[in-house]
Design a protein around this ligand. Structure first.
Ligand code: PA5
Length: 436
């Protein structure tokens, strides 16, 4: 079942010529990707994850999640970049907007995140939250040597060992890392933690459907089987030569817009739960395409919130942008706007309407205004926010990203630029071997 639809109507006429001329290039790119003959082809393991994740692995992840859910009120998920954003995106999209204001229920822990920044106060605040509480840790690092998660893990491991005891802590810590190498692998083996492997052929930003994303998503109580089933459906429907291949079309459209001078893509949502999905998407596209002096800059906004802050720029600023809108067709519940006898706010004209209808008209009105203002609009409609739909959306963006990167002429599966800041930081901190 198709849970997402792509609509290019309001983008096409901005770059019709370029779109038409890119047909062969798009077909070539998808062929290169699927035949695994392009640059970075040793990092294409993600293509197989939806259909070839073994049932035993899913069962083991669910069993680990059940253990953590039973023994913990909080599970600290430690990781950064590709070892953080996928789980955060899916868990936020499926969460109650106010979940963190409720106390955890037995058997239903809160997943909290660390290692995605080096804010001293952030860590201190999390220590305060976890003080005296039943908590566990999932530590995720492919390289096993990343500074941010290493700092957090050191702190929360020590705290857990003090609070629960060293032996009990072993049962409450799960490490997800490389099969053989890296400091985290050595530490986990030495301490006897349960571990999961991040496959060698899956890069960080493509790893949400490995244990990196699946375990924290299962711990939050979501159905990872459905997530993978949605991804598998999308994998099938975007295989060449599909009748209508939405991954190829999206990749082709964004390259056509790029060639017509649109250098910034703004991911827009009209549901705040998708905020972190945009963050995941930004890493996926930014890290895959931003190289060799090329690449669309991926940005994001939450509407209607940001219409009141960024709306002016989008409507009237430099015409180098296009929007890609994520629109959820069916909210989980129905709420209507009440009538008010005084009508001082003047909104009785919409009394009785569903809030979603107003949101929908805001979306349509925004689309009309922005398109008229010279902003092409790609629209992606999601049937609803559930595991199955998100699985489809994840694989759709991943597949389109591979195609789009090849169309652009870059290797979408490396990230040489990420190292530059680290080298400077290590030198400034006088890390052994980095003093020059
Ligand atoms: O996509 C990437 O490779 C990066 O964002 C990494 O995921 C991030 O730097 C974390 O790396 P690691 O998992 O090795 O700790």
């Amino acid at each position: 079942m198709k849970a997402i639809q792509l609509d290019l109507t309001h983008a096409l006429f901005f770059a019709e010529k370029q779109y038409a001329s890119l047909g062969d290039c798009a077909r070539q790119a998808i062929t290169t990707l699927e035949e695994r003959t392009g640059a970075g082809n040793d990092f294409l393991g993600w293509l197989d994850l939806p259909e070839h994740t073994p049932a035993e692995l899913i069962d083991r992840i669910n069993a680990t999640a059940a253990r953590l859910r039973e023994k913990c009120d909080y599970v600290v998920c430690i990781g950064i970049g590709g070892s953080y954003l996928g789980a955060k995106a899916v868990n936020s999209a499926l969460a109650d907007n106010f979940e963190y204001y409720y106390a955890p229920n037995p058997g239903n822990p809160k997943v909290v995140y660390a290692g995605q920044n080096i804010g001293e106060d952030y860590i201190a605040d999390l220590e305060r939250l976890l003080s005296g509480k039943r908590f566990g840790i999932i530590v995720i690092s492919k390289s096993g040597t990343t500074t941010e998660p290493a700092i957090s893990f050191r702190i929360f491991k020590e705290m857990l060992e003090k609070q629960a005891g060293v032996e009990a802590a072993r049962e409450l810590i799960v490490a997800i890392t490389d099969e053989k190498k890296g400091a985290l692998r050595t530490l986990a083996d030495r301490q006897g933690y349960e571990t999961y492997v991040i496959p060698d052929n899956v890069g960080g930003r493509f790893s949400v459907l490995t244990p990196v994303g699946l375990l924290p998503i299962a711990v939050a109580g979501h159905d990872i089987g459905k997530l993978l089933a949605g991804a598998a459906e999308m994998a099938k429907s975007t295989l060449r030569p599909a009748a209508q291949n939405i991954a190829e079309e999206y990749a082709r459209m964004r390259n056509a817009l790029y060639q017509s001078g649109k250098k910034i893509e703004i991911m827009v949502n009209f549901d705040p739960r998708l905020h972190f999905f945009s963050e995941w998407w930004k890493q996926l596209y930014g890290e895959s395409e931003g190289k060799d002096g090329k690449g669309i800059f991926p940005a994001s906004v939450d509407f209607t919130t940001d219409l009141h802050s960024m709306g002016q720029w989008i409507q009237d600023g430099e015409r180098t942008i296009f929007e890609t809108v994520l629109s959820v067709a069916k909210p989980a519940v129905e709420r209507r706007i009440p009538e008010d006898k005084d009508n001082l706010d003047g909104i009785n004209y919409i009394a009785g309407k569903r809030i979603d209808e107003v949101n929908r008209m805001a979306e349509l009105g925004t689309q009309m205004a922005h398109v008229e203002g010279g902003v092409p609009n790609i629209r992606i409609e999601l049937d609803r926010l559930d595991e199955y739909t998100l699985g489809q959306l994840i694989f759709f963006f991943e597949k389109a990203c591979g195609i789009s990167g090849y169309m652009l002429g870059v290797n979408p599966f490396n990230q040489p630029g990420v190292e530059a800041y680290k080298k400077n930081m290590f030198r400034l901190l006088k890390k052994p071997g980095y003093t020059e």
